[in-house]
Write a protein that binds this ligand. Structure first.
Ligand code: THU
Length: 138
């Protein structure tokens, strides 16, 4: 599979995940997809709560699902998409949550940030430089 097909298929997985978004308060649907070195793809979508501050972001839900499936590292590629014109970048908390899983396998995943009309390529280390992580605890 070419690099472009890889990117497009991961973004398509993230977009499909967004169909299950529970976001009645913001009406902002977000989907995320994580690709692992073994080819596995795990998706997540945002889940809100009547107590607004308890909202779970799509990326955090995807990481929780992946870790519940037993993944500990091997995170090579991430896609996040929102229903807006510009590319959606992971929020600060999600950067930290994604970073923990990446650091467990010593990878620096490519991050595709997408919207309806734009895709931006970045790396997790660019989004969260000098990240705190498991090794920081000594
Ligand atoms: N959201 C995500 O799912 N991921 C992000 O990285 C940014 C924000 C969600 C949280 C909330 O449900 C909605 O988008 C509006 O902030």
């Amino acid at each position: 599979m070419s690099e472009d097909n890889n990117r497009d298929s991961l973004i398509a997985s993230a977009r499909r995940a967004l169909d299950n978004s529970y976001s009645p308060y913001s009406s902002f649907r977000v989907g995320a997809a994580l690709r692992f070195a073994d080819g596995t793809v795990v998706t997540g979508t945002n889940i809100e709560n009547a107590s607004y501050g308890l909202a779970l972001c799509a990326e955090t839900v995807a990481v929780a699902k992946a870790m519940d499936d037993g993944h500990r590292g091997g995170l090579v590629e991430i896609a996040v998409i929102g229903e807006t014109g510009g590319a959606v970048t992971p929020c600060g908390r999600c950067r930290q949550v994604l970073s923990e899983l990446a650091q467990l396998g010593d990878t620096d995943p490519v991050v595709w940030c997408a919207g309806n009309g734009e895709v931006v390529q970045t790396k997790l280390s660019d989004l969260l430089p000098r990240a705190f992580g498991p090794a920081s605890l000594g």
